[in-house]
Design a protein around this ligand. Structure first.
Ligand code: SAM
Length: 413
């Protein structure tokens, strides 16, 4: 392994700093900030690029801070941006999104800058209401070290809601490698789900009110609407994140499209019905399309207020338990699509475009996958109006964007 001194040009998607080696190749170095002079140990050598670790910060950025969490010094890799001042997180995320729009979505320089807007940020401490944590040998909870499978106990965890830190302080887990902790910031309900394939997991030391297992659930109030969320269903990482996201999707979609006058609304990758239940009045027809069984069960409760079959024929609305890729498209006036980190991809884009929808709101939790999906949608006849960047995962490089596209008018000859 060799060492070299480099200057960080910018922070890239994934959160590492990027610099150039003397031989012209780019190198990616974690824990570094734009403008810093850094001594790096080159740990991975490829033909076109290298990876390295920072041995010494020779000339530090004015935005470098001491990590607010003591477990970063112990090696915890859960929050990899604690060396960067919180005030710089949003502008850094905006720059990463703009680069993805230029490189991956192939937008020109002017559009990549002007179409990107800054949205809201979640509090940088004590906000997380859902956390997936690893189980240490002693039964306590923590996270992996950066670039390693070794675990670091994190009690208390800086980003966890106080209700979760109470669990983290006392819990002991046996025969499971990971657990999901969830609490509701509105009702204070909380639950624990052990990820143990063989059902042999055991948990002790829990406060009395904590529900255990896949059937335990919490109710969270978002935009004034009470939502049921089972432990196995996806929910946004924090109450604040869900509120910010609902508000951003409302602004992007516009009241007209949400009123249903343009046709049925498709809440694709709809989860427990977060958008359908909070943004639409009960008489607006909506199809929530979702692959997870427990999320569909929650969505039925959240939309219809009773346990419904997958299709409830008395309702103009439906919960469709299906992958988007296998779903039969129906005509729509608005699509809201909120895929997992891998994004939509060509097949899901083709399903959504087949609804002949005039307006699409795309929620992306990965800047590069989101930019790839935007290019696919633009090539399918849509025009990008705006991309709003939200900081729902402070202290980390994770980026959420809400993009809105309008179908281009057909030109007649
Ligand atoms: C990022 S979450 C968004 C959920 C919801 N919109 C929310 O904000 O709470 C993505 C959701 O898509 C579901 N999902 C993943 N792959 C899917 C697919 N191929 N088709 C339909 N749903 C999928 C997951 O179960 C998850 O509920």
């Amino acid at each position: 392994m060799s060492n070299e001194d480099v200057t960080i040009e910018r922070i890239v998607a994934g959160g590492d700093g990027m610099a150039r080696l003397a031989d012209g190749r780019v190198i990616f170095v974690g824990g570094t900030i734009t403008g810093e002079r850094v001594r790096v140990e080159i740990t991975t050598n490829k033909k076109d690029f290298a990876r390295g670790v920072a041995l010494e910060i020779l000339d530090a950025s004015p935005h470098r801070v001491s990590a607010p969490c003591k477990f970063v010094a112990a090696g915890c890799g859960g929050c990899s941006w604690q060396h960067l001042a919180v005030t710089e997180h949003m502008s850094t995320k905006v720059a990463i999104v703009q680069e993805a729009l230029r490189r991956t979505a192939k937008l020109n320089e002017a559009d990549a800058s002007s179409l990107v807007k800054t949205g809201g940020s979640v509090s940088s401490q004590a906000s997380r209401t859902t956390l997936r944590m690893a189980v240490l040998q002693n039964g306590k909870l923590g996270f992996r070290r950066g670039l390693s499978n070794e675990l670091v106990e994190t009690n208390p965890c800086l980003i966890a809601h106080d209700l979760l830190n109470e669990i983290i302080a006392t819990v002991k887990v046996k025969n499971a490698t990971e657990v999901t902790l969830r609490c509701s910031a509105s009702t204070s309900e909380r639950g624990v789900w052990l990820h143990d394939e063989h059902g042999r997991g055991q948990v002790t030391g829990l406060p009395k009110d904590v529900g255990v297992g896949i059937e335990s659930l919490v109710h969270e109030v978002i935009a004034g609407v009470k939502l049921r969320v089972m432990m196995t269903s996806f929910f946004q990482s924090s109450h604040e994140a869900a509120e910010l996201l609902v508000a951003a999707v409302r602004a992007a979609a516009g009241e007209r499209a949400l009123s249903g006058v343009d046709g049925r609304i498709i809440d694709a990758y709809g989860g427990v019905g977060l958008f359908a239940a909070t943004l639409l009045s009960a008489d607006v027809p909506v199809s929530v399309v979702e692959s997870s069984e427990s999320s569909c069960r929650d969505a039925a409760v959240n939309l219809f207020k009773h346990l419904a079959e997958t299709r409830d024929t008395s309702q103009p609305s439906e919960i469709v338990h299906s992958n988007i890729e296998q779903w039969s498209p129906v005509s729509a006036g608005l699509v809201i699509a909120d895929p997992a980190r891998t994004g939509l991809g060509p097949l899901a884009v083709s399903r959504l475009v087949a609804t002949n929808v005039p307006r699409i709101v795309l929620v992306s939790c990965d800047a590069v996958a989101g930019a790839r999906d935007l290019r696919l949608l633009i090539d399918s006849g849509y025009e990008l109006e705006k991309v709003t960047v939200l900081d729902l995962f402070p202290n980390t490089p994770h980026i959420e964007t809400v993009s809105v596209l309008q179908r281009k008018a057909l030109t007649t000859r």
